[in-house]
Write a protein that binds this ligand. Structure first.
Ligand code: SF4
Ligand code: SF4
Length: 204
């Protein structure tokens, strides 16, 4: 993805669609969308989204950058891939939505602290880079408390029964986190991946 997308001074930015096509993963197929609505109709979270995927694509085409990037839809997506497998025009809906969501955070349309997916991704990445594994207890705790102390306590208490049930049935262990062997090698691989991604973004 480019460092920065077009920054319009007018409300309708007609270069936005072109920018999405050239810089967002899967964006080159967005023009294949025929507005059938199968994606929105198949999405289990569409009633939580302020704009469904079909509407978002049409708004991108209309250059409504600001309205699109202020949408909450990107962060409701749970990556179930229903839209991807059902789209009759092979538009990679989910990938485009995630790219737009990332852009919205990157350009300040959505504060990262308000975006659940971004906060969860941070917690997940922390666990992988620290332990070489995802420790479901620590990832959950870090994610819960990333929204503030009271938010963490409230979410923790709300899920206490589930957590105790998982411990009882040995689906969640107690004690120190499991750690991968050769974490140094894993860290080197991850650092290389970050370097390659940064290089690609610089070339885009
Ligand atoms: S299912 Fe595909 S073609 Fe239909 S509205 Fe969604 S993206 Fe467009
Ligand atoms: S991948 Fe996301 S947008 Fe697509 S159907 Fe699933 S939840 Fe909805």
């Amino acid at each position: 993805m480019n460092a920065i997308s077009p920054n319009p001074t007018q409300k309708y930015d007609l270069s936005f669609a072109r920018w999405v096509r050239d810089n967002i993963d899967g964006g080159e197929r967005m023009n294949m969308c025929m507005q059938c609505g199968v994606c929105s109709g198949s999405c289990p979270l569409s009633d939580q989204m302020d704009l469904g995927p079909r509407k978002i694509f049409q708004m991108v085409r209309a250059g409504m950058k600001e309205a699109v990037l202020k949408s909450n839809s990107f962060y409701q997506c749970v990556s179930c891939y229903n839209c991807v497998v059902r789209c009759p025009r092979q538009v990679p809906v989910k990938y485009i939505l995630h790219g737009l969501g990332r852009l919205a955070v990157q350009e300040g349309y959505q504060p990262k602290s308000n975006v659940e997916n971004a906060r969860f991704a941070d917690a997940f990445w922390w666990s992988v880079t620290t332990f070489g594994k995802t420790d479901e207890r620590l990832v959950t705790a870090k994610y819960y408390f990333s929204g503030g102390l009271m938010n963490g306590i409230k979410l923790g208490l709300g899920n206490l029964k589930t957590a105790l049930g998982m411990i009882k049935t040995k689906r969640m262990h107690l004690g120190a986190p499991h750690k991968a062997k050769n974490r140094g090698e894993l860290k080197a691989i991850l650092a290389k991946a970050v370097e390659i991604q940064a290089r690609h973004e610089g070339e885009a």
